[in-house]
Design a protein. Structure first.
Length: 364
């Protein structure tokens, strides 16, 4: 006999199938059961498409009765956006028992969806597997509550804590570089400095195939963002500016747009470290609805992010090879973790002869 908790865990696992495509919406899973049997299951795929609850009801090949339960990983919406309110579909369906893992932090919904269901005679249980459902939507929750994205930074470094100077372009190995692509795919946007653009000329696209991500549709490439204080980058020279994907250039000079290249130029003030990165993060959350931001920083930008306590996670890929005096020295996180109790080592994993270490930053 399966428990309510097991059914909700299944709904949360379904929600994870949308992590590469739902932005700026949260990832949501839903199942409908009767007598320990799953009758219908669905997850939200992308903004503008049916929400998980509506889709699960559409897939239900049986008339609703009082013995059926709905398990949904996030509170059903009760307002009209790109789609209609899920609460209305649930009420109209006749289903009488709904399990909601966690409330939606969006002020348009927060508690109102549950209240509407209860006011229409539906039994609603809230809080089952709450932490798990919030974890898969941590970027969405942070954007709505804190007005800033969930920020992950990545850096590859040598055994002697250097980040460039090697004759070989790559410090990390091919397996590590493939792993990075999954972080990119989960992100709404990728941010780099103008120095990175000039040095590496990256496209910042996801270099995986849709089959790698379990997708039937095409991969959704992240928004590309660069910090270019004095607008020093040639728009016709670098891969960053190629393609139809959205590009954002934060700078200190002007607000403008290039509709043909799909570029927004956003002016922000400077501080001692350069462009005010806190302002940048606020704009990305409020104007562009960026839930998860992936930063691929150089030594200076990473130091700024750490000093201002703006990181949620740091992903380091450390090679066993030394670069020597030619390299640019970066941080030694081992020393920082010992001194700062708000930083914990979340995981350590080998990728061939590289070691990936993920550090998590604890904040209220």
């Amino acid at each position: 006999m399966k428990s309510d908790k097991q059914f909700m865990e299944f709904a949360i696992e379904l929600a994870k199938k949308g992590i590469y495509t739902t932005s700026p919406n949260p990832s949501v899973g839903c199942i409908i059961t009767e007598k320990n049997k799953i009758l219908s299951k669905a997850y939200h795929l992308r903004s503008g498409s049916d929400h998980a609850e509506v889709l699960a009801l559409k897939k239900l090949n049986k008339r609703v009765n009082s013995k059926m339960n709905m398990y949904v990983s996030l509170e059903p919406c009760c307002h009209t956006g790109k789609t209609g309110p899920c609460t209305k579909s649930i009420i109209d369906s006749g289903i009488k028992n709904v399990f909601v893992s966690t409330l939606d932090p969006n002020p348009k919904v927060k508690g109102k969806g549950v209240k509407e269901l209860r006011n229409n005679g539906i039994n609603v249980n809230v809080g089952l597997c709450k932490k798990k459902s919030q974890e898969i939507n941590k970027g969405f929750f942070k954007r709505i509550i804190k007005k800033t994205p969930y920020v992950i930074a990545k850096q590859a470094l040598s055994s002697d804590f250097k980040i460039n100077g090697s004759k070989n372009k790559w410090i990390s190995n091919s397996k590590s570089r493939t792993d990075v692509q999954y972080f990119r795919a989960e992100s709404c946007a990728i941010l780099v400095s103008s120095k990175t653009i000039k040095t590496d000329n990256p496209s910042l696209k996801v270099k995986l195939k849709k089959n790698d991500l379990g997708l039937k549709d095409n991969i959704k490439h992240p928004v590309r963002i660069v910090l270019d204080t004095n607008l020093s980058l040639d728009l016709n020279k670098y891969k960053f500016f190629k393609g139809k994907e959205k590009k954002i250039v934060f700078n200190s000079l002007l607000n403008s747009s290039d509709k043909e290249k799909n570029i927004d130029f956003i002016k922000v003030r400077e501080d001692k470290s350069g462009l005010n990165i806190k302002t940048v993060l606020n704009i990305l959350a409020l104007k562009y609805e960026i839930n998860n931001l992936f930063i691929e920083p150089g030594a200076k930008l990473l130091d700024t992010l750490l000093q201002k306590r703006l990181l949620d996670k740091l992903v380091l890929y450390q090679s066993p090879h030394a670069i020597g005096n030619l390299g640019l020295t970066t941080l030694n996180m081992e020393n920082k973790v010992i001194k700062d109790k708000t930083i914990v080592t979340e995981s350590i994993m080998n990728f061939s002869n590289d070691v990936r270490i993920i550090y998590k930053f604890l904040r209220k």
